[in-house]
Design a binder for this molecule. Structure first.
Ligand code: NDP
Ligand SMILES: O=C(O)C1=N[C@H](C(=O)O)C[C@H](O)C1
Length: 223
């Protein structure tokens, strides 16, 4: 890679992709080299040759194919798209793949705190709440939280999905014990909440020891 990281965005006309384009343009050491989106008339194949890293916020049915095209072309890919099986990227390369179910720092902390709390409470349930244009349910964050709690306690918590206009991205983990409850909640009220995480992943994806790497925890915490 040259000293500047050349970044193309897939889904560039979407709610997330448009914000990612702004964030990349504002980030020191990153340069936006391409915007792929049907609404812009540009395909991933057109923007791949000028990129070191592609950021994908597209759709559950296109993200896997996009990611395979990137890594097989030797381009690293940072994936935010939820609702597909990221494990299908195992063994593919030479580019590296990074996927985060949620790029908001507060959401990562919410999942860690909920995992710790679940070790000490009798039962947990997950309620994820999103805007009504979201295609997948349950959310990627809800499924990842359930994975973490199941690994910690041996019991998979149920996930309840709410879709309403006015919402952005929110999740509560409700924990119950004898005579008490504990609620751990995270709210993304603006899509800029995800941008520090996306920019961090763009800077780090090329140096990842394994691919795909899943979860912002791997970039934020040593353990
Ligand atoms: N991990 C995280 O932290 C977050 C993840 N997400 C996830 O990101 C994804 C995108 O969300 P959001 O921005 O709200 O969705 P949008 O529908 O607003 O944006 C997706 C965009 O991708 C375009 N697109 C579809 N196929 C392709 C393709 N093959 N190549 C390039 N662009 C394509 C769509 O075009 P068209 O409409 O014509 O299909 C659309 O413009 C969702 O899966 C969502 O769950 C969202 C927020 C945070
Ligand atoms: O579609 C969204 O908006 C979001 N999707 C991700 C998910 O499925 O968890 C992350 C965040 O919740 C926003």
């Amino acid at each position: 890679m040259s000293s500047e990281i050349r970044v193309a965005v897939a889904g560039a006309a979407g709610r997330m992709g448009a914000t990612v384009c702004e964030a990349v343009e504002q980030a020191e050491g990153l340069v936006l080299t391409g915007r792929a989106d049907p609404a812009l008339g540009t395909s991933l194949e057109e923007v791949l040759p000028g990129a070191d890293v592609v950021v994908d916020f597209t759709r559950p049915d296109t993200a896997l194919g996009n990611a395979i095209a990137c890594v097989e072309a030797g381009v690293h890919v940072v994936i935010g798209t939820s609702g597909f099986d990221v494990d299908q990227l195992a063994g593919r390369g030479p580019g590296k793949a990074f996927f985060a179910p949620n790029f908001a720092i507060g959401a990562v902390l919410m999942m860690r705190l909920a995992t710790e709390a679940a070790r000490h409470m009798q039962r947990a349930e997950i309620i994820e709440l999103h805007h009504d244009k979201k295609l997948d349910a349950p959310s990627g964050t809800g499924k990842h939280t359930a994975d973490l709690l199941e690994a910690a306690t041996g019991t998979r918590p149920p996930i309840h999905s709410v879709r309403l206009p006015g919402l952005v991205a929110h999740q509560e983990v409700l924990l119950g014990g004898r005579g008490e409850t504990l609620t751990i909640r995270h709210d993304s009220i603006d899509r800029w909440s995800f941008m520090d995480g996306v920019v961090l992943a763009v800077r780090r994806v090329g140096d990842l020891p394994s691919s795909p790497t899943i979860g912002l925890d791997a970039l934020l915490f040593a353990d």
